[in-house]
Design a protein around this ligand. Sequence first.
Ligand SMILES: Nc1ncnc2c1ncn2[C@@H]1O[C@H](COP(=O)(O)OP(=O)(O)OP(=O)(O)O)[C@@H](O)[C@H]1O
Ligand SMILES: [Mg+2]
Length: 371
Amino acid sequence: MSAPAAAAPAPPTSHLRIEDVVKRFAPGGAAAVDGVSLDIEAGEFFALLGPSGCGKTTLLRLLAGFETPDQGRILIDGADMEGVPPYRRPVNMMFQSYALFPHMTAAENVAFGLRQDRLPRAEIAARVAAMLDLVKLGHLARRKPHQLSGGERQRVALARALAQEPKLVLLDEPLAALDRKLREETRFELVRIQRRVGITFLMVTHDQEEAMSMATRIAVMSAGRIVQLGTPQQIYEAPASRFVADFIGGVNLFAGRVVGAERGLLRVDCAEAGAQLLVEHAALAPGSDVAVAVRPEKITLTPEPEARNRLEGRVLGAAYRGEASTYEVELAGGKLLRVTLTNTQRTIRPLAAGQAVTLAFEPAAAVVLPP
Ligand SMILES: Nc1ncnc2c1ncn2[C@@H]1O[C@H](COP(=O)(O)OP(=O)(O)OP(=O)(O)O)[C@@H](O)[C@H]1O
Ligand SMILES: [Mg+2]
């Protein structure tokens, strides 16, 4: 007797599933979004990061339903969004410009979507009050947008995006209009609010520091495609390509050729460094062309005598930033390196231009990338 056929297991469903989505604005033209697949879980604070024009806003607009994909599918909690208009999707978008209604007060702006949903008056009032409290603007409920600061307007827009209790909030450059100090404060605030409401946030930014400090995971985009996906630490410490290494933070790159491998270390001949470098990496065929990437803060200017990867150079200039200083160092062959030192003392003596220095970095501090 044969066993009864087991029921086919339900396909795993993510909160948001994007399957091979393509969007072209002109037939036969370049794809603004070029085959993006992505799974985002409920409660994540996810960031899309990439240079201007790489397709970030277009991807958000596809999710919100303001654009239609030429190919591929978008599923929210397993439901296909094809043909579902924006106002019927469990999604709210906070636009880069905030797009507040200028003639309405803060409270009326927050109430707008709830009125459209025809919620009872008392419930609208209660939700608006709760949302304005959440963003700490209860006392400014009767102000109109022109009577609010940029940061306050940003918080009204956020309250409006959250008021209808969407499952997913899309934020397009939510902090772009704020000055630097307010931006840094608002980062923490936005993360706190997201944790408190538990709604999934998908944020677009071209600011790598913003993405790294706020997001649980990041997708780095380039020319309509996702080129790397991971936690902030994975993206920073293990970039998969020169593009990602260079886009996320500062990096020193050496072109080189593999000479051989010894005990988990790869020996790479780098003419630019005027040396053979040792990098912790699985063996690669001798003769392979690679790039060796080292972050500026992982280079030391006071190496131990037995330190590996020693390089001789000369200081060209220094940028003092308060908490750290970044030096530009020229190697004998003319290659320029950046080296960042933390200013742990108040009375540091900056290295003078022209000063000869010895640099070094640990084999584990560098990453081997495709050339
Ligand atoms: N409505 C449109 N019609 C034609 N092309 C468009 C349209 N919207 C966007 N594009 C093009 O699609 C590409 C991606 O644009 P998108 O706005 O998604 O970029 P982005 O990553 O959001 O950039 P930014 O960081 O500058 O906001 C760009 O080349 C842009 O010129
Ligand atoms: Mg954009």
